[in-house]
Ligand binder design. Structure first.
Ligand code: 6R9
Length: 653
């Protein structure tokens, strides 16, 4: 662990929502002495209930925990109406900046009106409580309104990131049984017009999306697109004539607010199911305590609404607190790598939350060109920085702290997952002395711990498996349609079914007890903060049946993306020469982009007549990992059936 400790300034501590270590410890103590009382108190303070809950936690059907179940509420009411009722109707809710730089602002009243029109539009098409709606759209006010509109009528949304392919989109539409898709004609990223609607068409044409009745299309570019009569409708044609009010559908706290697909250790992504009440509570609470959000802040989370970070810290958390936030359509490097810094300057952003991979790529650009260095911009509006998605290396942390935060802003390195709904282990900015590379201490009330493979507590200083010992309000409720897989993935028998298994390894510092995440312990890679299952990529490769006989995928460290994907491929034909190898590698990358999406393209592809296997036929993955890193093979290879293969696998395409 890095030796330097960074203290939050006295001024920051003084004004913070949670101010000082004693306040943090008091909250942890409260949770420890009366777990249900603690969460019940916060649920009453942060959430407006239509009918109050009488019971906080129901553990009778563990691990299918229920929180606040007999309470009713509406997430969209909590994010929109109640802010208007509090007098914040004219306050800016969203500052949208388009890829090309055009800025559009909406107030809480306007966002509420738009959400109601969308909600009425959905209802006019027969969509109702419990239906699933897939949203395939880029970063936009309309995207946030579409999510809020689903929440308003009790429809469960499932947002699919706009970078996923038709095949991936189809799989998600089929698995959710969605009745409608909300999309846009196009998306614009980095100055390029990219398709959305035509990919929806392709996805539906692949078959299996039988429940789909309508595709609603938001106009972004106005470019010509095909519309299927009877199925496809322009959102404006349906929504503009609708009333700007819509009575919220009051749902049980356990009603599924959304499904979000994420990678696991098998080939099939899992539909992580979140609740309404417990999820919204943690979204609001973590936005308040971890980001210390106040009424005059301008909050910017750079994540896409297609990922969980965009759900919790764009669509729900900041709006539930009546905050003002940025929604950005574009990419950090367009028109140049100073875009983030320019936007912070232009919009006087005070809280900035991004991913280590973005920071690392912007460091490179800034070091090569002063014009895109943060020092060339006025970033004095910033008061807090955050990091999410993967471990942040101390060098990137220090650069972020010094050059972006002016050595004045605390950094919250927030560890959490799609499944956890919100922050789990993180500094609180007015509390925690920071150590670069460590996500420090559990959020108050979260019982994070490190255990051995049999579930026994590990002493500090010794690494182990990260678990959460008690259920918490925003935890995953189920894997959509697959409760057995839910139990097996998160509450496996060897932990006596007791603890939530995060899938990460971690270690606690001997002195401070601080947590450092050491990486996934399953077959999941983290590439630029995006979760990718190795088996998912392997199945995409072998589905290229004309070329591929067998494939194995491993990760290797990468300076910019954290991890990089390396594929080892056995072709159905003879080993290629260099030119052939290049051409085939391109073909395979294109194939993966089609099967999953461009984010899953391997950085390295290596060919062999076989994969290194033991005599019993098991692929020796540790050897593949060494090869991928370019390490000399020092391991014992005496059990290897075919050692000559190692020589062939040396060349990466
Ligand atoms: C929110 C999000 C979850 C996985 C998680 C872990 C890694 C996320 C991290 C971190 C170290 C952090 N991860 N935040 N590792 N430090 N601050 O990223 O969700 O896409 O589901 O990824 O990301 O490995 O298990 P998700």
């Amino acid at each position: 662990m890095s030796a330097t400790i960074y203290q939050p300034s006295a001024d920051f501590v003084q004004k913070a929502h949670v101010a000082g270590m004693a306040a943090y410890e008091a909250l942890c103590k409260e949770a420890e002495t009366d777990y249900q009382g603690y969460w019940g108190r916060l649920a009453k303070e942060l959430i407006s209930w239509k009918t109050p809950f009488t019971k906080v936690l129901d553990e009778s059907n563990a691990p299918f925990f229920k929180w606040f179940e007999d309470g009713t509420l509406n997430a969209s009411y909590n994010c929109l109406d109640r802010n208007v009722e509090k007098g914040l109707g004219d306050k800016t809710a969203i500052i949208f900046e388009a890829d090309g730089g055009e800025v559009t602002k909406v107030t809480y009243s306007q966002l509420l009106a738009k959400t109601c029109q969308y909600a009425n539009a959905l209802k006019s098409l027969g969509i109702q409580k419990g239906d699933r709606v897939v949203i395939y759209i880029s970063m936009s006010i309309e995207g946030v309104a579409a999510m809020q509109a689903c929440a308003r009528i009790g429809a469960t949304h499932s947002v699919v990131f706009g970078g996923f392919s038709a095949q991936s989109l189809r799989d998600r539409i089929e698995d959710t049984g969605a009745v409608a898709v909300i999309t846009a004609d196009n998306q614009v990223r980095g100055g390029k017009l990219l398709p959305l609607k035509s990919i929806v068409d392709e996805a539906i044409a692949l078959g299996g999306c039988d429940a789909i009745k309508n595709v609603l299309v938001v106009k972004r570019s106005g470019a010509d697109i095909a519309m299927t009569a009877g199925r496809d409708l322009w959102m404006a044609d349906v929504a503009d004539q609708q009333a700007t009010t819509c009575e919220p559908e009051w749902v049980s706290a356990e009603h599924p607010l959304f499904l979000l697909y994420t990678s696991g250790s098998t080939g099939k992504p899992k539909g992580v199911q979140h609740s309404t009440g417990g999820y919204l509570l943690h979204a609001a609470l973590t936005t308040k305590w971890t980001f210390d959000l106040k009424q005059d802040d301008v909050f910017w989370c750079t994540a896409d609404i297609g990922w969980v970070t965009g759900h919790t810290y764009i669509t729900y958390g900041p709006l539930a607190l009546g905050g003002t936030e940025i929604v950005f359509e574009g990419v950090p490097t367009y028109p140049d790598a100073g875009r983030f810094w320019k936007m912070i300057q232009d919009h006087k952003v005070s809280i900035f939350y991004t991913a280590p991979t973005a920071i690392r790529s912007l460091i490179k650009a800034a070091e090569a060109n002063d014009a895109v260095h943060p020092k060339s911009y006025n970033l004095s509006s910033l008061r807090l920085l955050g990091s999410v998605g993967e471990p942040i290396n101390p060098a990137a942390w220090e650069w972020y702290y010094e050059h972006v935060g002016g050595s004045r802003c605390p950094i919250v390195d927030t560890f959490w997952q799609t499944e956890t709904g919100g922050h789990m282990i993180t500094p609180l900015p007015g509390v925690t002395p920071m150590v670069p590379g460590s996500c420090t201490l559990p959020f108050p009330g979260i019982q994070a711990a490190i255990v051995s493979e049999t579930g026994e507590d590990m002493p500090n200083g010794q690494g182990g498996i990260l678990v959460v010992k008690r259920p918490w309000p925003s935890m995953i409720r189920n894997i959509w349609g697959d409760p057995e897989r839910f139990k097996k993935s998160y509450y496996p028998e060897d932990f006596k079914g007791k603890y939530y298994l995060a899938g990460d390894g971690a270690i606690r510092d001997e002195k401070t007890g601080y947590f450092t995440i050491t990486g996934r312990i399953d077959d999941v890679l983290n590439v630029s903060g995006h979760r990718m299952g190795t088996m998912e990529i392997e199945s995409a490769l072998v589905s290229c049946t004309e070329l591929v006989a067998e494939a194995a995928v491993v990760g290797r460290p990468d300076d910019t993306t954290g991890e990089a994907i390396c594929a080892f491929v056995v072709l159905k034909r003879a080993l290629p020469n260099t030119d052939e190898g290049k051409a085939i590698a391109k073909q395979l990358r294109d194939h993966i982009a089609k099967e999953i999406g461009p984010i899953a393209k391997p950085k390295d592809i290596r060919f062999g007549e076989n994969l290194p296997k033991t005599r019993s036929g098991k692929i020796m993955r540790r050897l593949l990992r060494s090869l991928a890193k370019g390490e000399e093979i020092t391991q014992d290879i005496s059990t290897l059936e075919n050692p000559h293969i190692l020589g062939q696998l040396g060349q990466a395409y």
